[in-house]
Design a protein around this ligand. Sequence first.
Ligand SMILES: Cc1cc2nc3c(=O)[nH]c(=O)nc-3n(C[C@H](O)[C@H](O)[C@H](O)COP(=O)(O)OP(=O)(O)OC[C@H]3O[C@@H](n4cnc5c(N)ncnc54)[C@H](O)[C@@H]3O)c2cc1C
Length: 395
Amino acid sequence: MLNQQKSILIVGGGISGLVLAIALRRKRIDVTVVEISPEWTPKGSGIHLYSNALRALDSIGLAQEIVAAGSAHDFYDYSDPRDEHRVRVRYPRLAGEELPALATITRQALHTILVTSAQQAGARIRLATTVADMTEGSGSEDGDVLITLSNGQTERHDLIVAADGIYSPMREKYLSRSNLIYSGQAIMRAVLPRHPDSVDPKIMFAGAGQMFGIVPVSGDSVYLIAGFAESEHKRYDRDLLHTLLQDRFRPVFGGLAPWYHDRITDAGQVTYTSIELVDQPPPWHHGRMIFMGDAVHASPPYLAQGAAMAIEDAIVLAELIGSDLPFDRIVEDYMARRVPRAEFIKKTSLERNRLRYQGGTYESADGTISPRMQHLRNTAQPLIDELYMTLAEPI
Ligand SMILES: Cc1cc2nc3c(=O)[nH]c(=O)nc-3n(C[C@H](O)[C@H](O)[C@H](O)COP(=O)(O)OP(=O)(O)OC[C@H]3O[C@@H](n4cnc5c(N)ncnc54)[C@H](O)[C@@H]3O)c2cc1C
């Protein structure tokens, strides 16, 4: 049994690490978070938190605050590249009628809420720190771990949770057979001032997986998402990212896209991410170290469910750590509750993305709706309804 007086070390102060720290502190369990970055600068621009993520965040009292700091929505508009033909897809409110189907927020605002909440809850947080070494086994009856931190300090903890993201050094060191796979796609992102008509989240689709999303993330800002096929994992000169975005997307997308292109004037506004996924066969633990989030199940973000899965992992793990279960049962139950759901999301995300490549262009030749866009109209809502039948299940 993990005595509640004992302590948990979380490696990684990203989304799942901070949510776990908050959830454990709500149970009065001692928590230390080590984060390798010297300051809080979350990567990326904006994020969607669909209602399964909000349901998990609501269980630790954070959903309302996140919705208030971001933007609340109940549907998404999908359209052809000129934004002439659309389909509006409704998402369910899995977190109850008080919370929306979807909250969108800047990564920075989300992180500020999570860091503040973890600190206020009493989590010990060490920036610019990581685990240098780990030795299992001595001390208490139930076992513990001797940790040497990168600053040379040694500490004993009862359990280590690796929440160190898609490139997880902990996974590379302690788990075997993992595979980081390039998806063949890249995404460019930016946060910009909001055009008054950008009220609802929208994605315009062109052919061959090319898409341009405009997502309000607060009263005065939007998150732009521009995705495209990229045969190899490329690295571009950072100073040219705004030019790359303009060259690829300005000729293709209409609606409000040109208005936003006019406001992308500096490479510093744009990020470029090669989309990768982690294929990590279970078990997702090594001795008394348990893994969660992107470290073991990063999936392409086409369903916008990566952080949702990582948040759910954290809530389930906190519940199990706070229970009377012995360590072996904690691990067993965690795997049974999390592996199938995370694998389902990865598989569904890849399948839905493949559909985007089939069936030609969404663009209409003569102003009438294209067959591809008509197909999206017919299938988008049923596919979302089907996905949410699984997401609605208790975690
Ligand atoms: C383009 C794109 C768009 C996305 N959009 C969405 C979306 O809309 N909705 C959604 O739900 N998901 C989305 N995701 C996925 C989501 O960002 C991730 O699934 C989520 O951030 C995973 O959380 P995590 O806690 O596992 O990892 P992270 O949030 O990446 O945190 C890992 C942390 O560990 C730290 N770290 C790394 N190495 C060490 C070390 N050795 N020691 C200590 N600390 C370390 C890192 O600095 C970081 O702070 C998107 C992903 C991409 C690429």
